[in-house]
Design a protein around this ligand. Structure first.
Ligand SMILES: Cc1cc2nc3c(=O)[nH]c(=O)nc-3n(C[C@H](O)[C@H](O)[C@H](O)COP(=O)(O)OP(=O)(O)OC[C@H]3O[C@@H](n4cnc5c(N)ncnc54)[C@H](O)[C@@H]3O)c2cc1C
Length: 461
């Protein structure tokens, strides 16, 4: 009779040239965690595949050996969704080929392990543009689709979902199916592709991605706007929307967060007299951008901005965006923290941000805020600071429970773009409507009756 180890080593026979199969303690902790790296899971086996056919074989193996599968892309998620609790880690980051650029239909077919930065560079070199722009450029496209990643340009262009035309998926039985097409309209039966987008690896393994592209905008212009309080900065966002200027991105950030970024990347952020900032981007025909900046300046001047800096000097513009993009990594380097990814209706961002100050004062815990102000997506960093490690989980739980309660009271959501994973599961389950949860679990049961993919993650039973 084969030992457990011999049984799992059969996985090697499913891969061309033996592939990469690691067992038990040979699996590096990095492969058993998420970006934060605080919680390390455990798995019986780690398998790195190189083709969709290998994915199918591993899924069939897992199904017949009753081994749950944790699907892994680049592992940059912030919610513990790649932390396995037993079973097999299926790493699809090696499926990383660009398969077809169809310039006439403006689509691109890629494998899921292609990195966002590589896709963006590839299409932009050819005069095309893939608008979704989450801050972590070394995430995979498959991971972006599985989390329905958002990012900076969502204000103008929408999120990942809006650019996915089709998906090849390996189902829980190991079969392969293509969902969607190059057609821009499709009312042909249930849109199953949409279920996979944002499913956080719970419904199937994405093995090919057909994406919609647009023409690359001719030019881009940025401005940094300073305010004397975060509330004033946030309140000004609605005025900017009302002015109908179609900004590409409206990011907000507090000065106290900027300090983390400045020391992390060793660069200076301009406008040191302000307390909070909006970083605003416009793109489109060159001839329109100066007018948009002028109009933006006028609108924000009457919305209590105190400083306005068009980012015309490429070095200054680069510093601003480098610091903005590095914020999560800068906070991560500073110590223990919890990332939060709330979203509230646009009309409630200002009151929500005000509440954060109250909550911070009440609990004695520092809460830093930055994020995508243009779409209500408020990212928070809850810092442990000097609190003893033993006291942190309970204190964090108190802060998160109060915070998420407020989000629900405002009819917001606790995950705008990062997903639920393992870390937000408890808070999601506390608040979700019973019928909605039941429907989600019925879908899961229909597509994955063995509960093979990412069990006990997100909404799953
Ligand atoms: C510094 C930093 C900044 C970030 N900024 C943003 C941001 O602006 N916007 C944003 O939305 N996110 C952001 N993120 C979060 C993260 O980058 C995204 O969630 C990203 O989409 C994850 O991609 P990944 O390849 O790392 O996936 P992983 O972390 O490996 O996996 C994420 C989820 O997708 C599933 N999955 C991965 N690949 C597949 C596949 N092929 N088939 C099925 N399921 C799959 C996994 O099982 C898991 O549930 C940021 C993260 C960091 C560290």
């Amino acid at each position: 009779m084969a030992t457990r180890e011999q049984e799992l080593l059969q996985l090697k026979e499913l891969l061309v040239d033996g592939g990469t199969v690691l067992l038990g303690s040979d699996i590096s902790p990095n492969l058993l965690s998420d970006f934060i790296g605080q919680d390390i899971g455990f798995a019986e086996a780690y398998v790195k595949v190189a083709s969709g056919a290998e994915v199918g074989s591993v899924v069939k193996f897992a199904a017949s050996h009753d081994q749950p599968i944790t699907i892994r892309g680049a592992g940059t998620n912030l919610v513990g969704s790649t932390i396995p609790h037993g079973g097999i880690v299926l790493d699809v980051s090696g499926l990383n080929r660009i398969l077809e650029l169809d310039e006439e239909n403006r689509t691109i077919l890629v494998e899921p392990g292609v990195l966002l930065c590589d896709l963006q560079q590839y299409v932009e070199e050819r005069g095309l543009f893939y608008p979704p722009d989450p801050a972590e450029k070394r995430a995979t496209i498959g991971g972006n689709i599985a989390t329905n990643a958002g990012g900076m340009r969502a204000v103008k262009y929408g999120v990942t979902r809006d650019f996915v035309l089709g998906l090849e998926v390996v189902t829980a039985t190991g079969e392969t199916v293509f969902l969607g097409s190059k057609c821009l309209k499709d009312a042909t039966g249930l849109p199953l592709k949409q279920l996979l987008i944002g499913s956080e690896g719970t419904l199937g393994v994405i093995t090919k991605c057909l994406l919609r592209l647009i023409s690359k905008p001719e030019a881009t212009a940025h401005a940094l706007v300073g305010f004397s309080s975060l509330k004033e900065a946030i309140t000004a966002v609605n005025d900017l929307h009302a002015a109908n200027l179609a900004p590409t991105a409206i990011e907000f950030v507090e000065k106290k967060v900027i300090a983390f970024g400045e020391s992390f990347v060793q660069q200076n952020f301009p406008l040191p007299n302000s307390i909070a900032y909006l970083v605003i981007t416009f793109d489109g025909p060159k001839s329109e951008l100066q007018d948009k900046l002028t109009r933006c300046h006028e609108v924000l001047a009457s919305s209590h901005s105190i400083e306005f800096l068009p980012l015309e000097d490429p070095t200054v513009a680069n510093n601003v965006w480098t610091i903005r993009a590095a914020l999560a990594k800068a906070v991560q380097a500073s110590g223990i923290w919890e990332p939060v990814d709330t979203v509230v209706p646009l009309s409630d961002i200002a009151s929500f941000v005000e509440y954060l100050e109250e909550l911070s004062a009440e609990t004695g815990v520092r809460i830093l805020a930055f994020g995508h102000a243009g779409d209500g997506n408020v990212h928070l960093c809850i810092l442990k600071d000097d609190l003893p490690v033993e006291a942190w989980p309970q204190t964090l739980d108190v802060v998160l429970s109060k915070l998420y309660r407020r989000v629900y009271q405002l009819h917001g959501k606790i995950a705008a773009e990062h997903g639920i994973g393992r870390h937000k599961r408890k808070y999601f389950l506390q608040e979700v409507n019973d019928t909605e949860l039941e429907l989600m679990r019925l879908v899961k049961h229909a597509l994955d009756p063995q509960n093979l993919f990412n069990p006990q993650s997100g909404y799953t039973a």
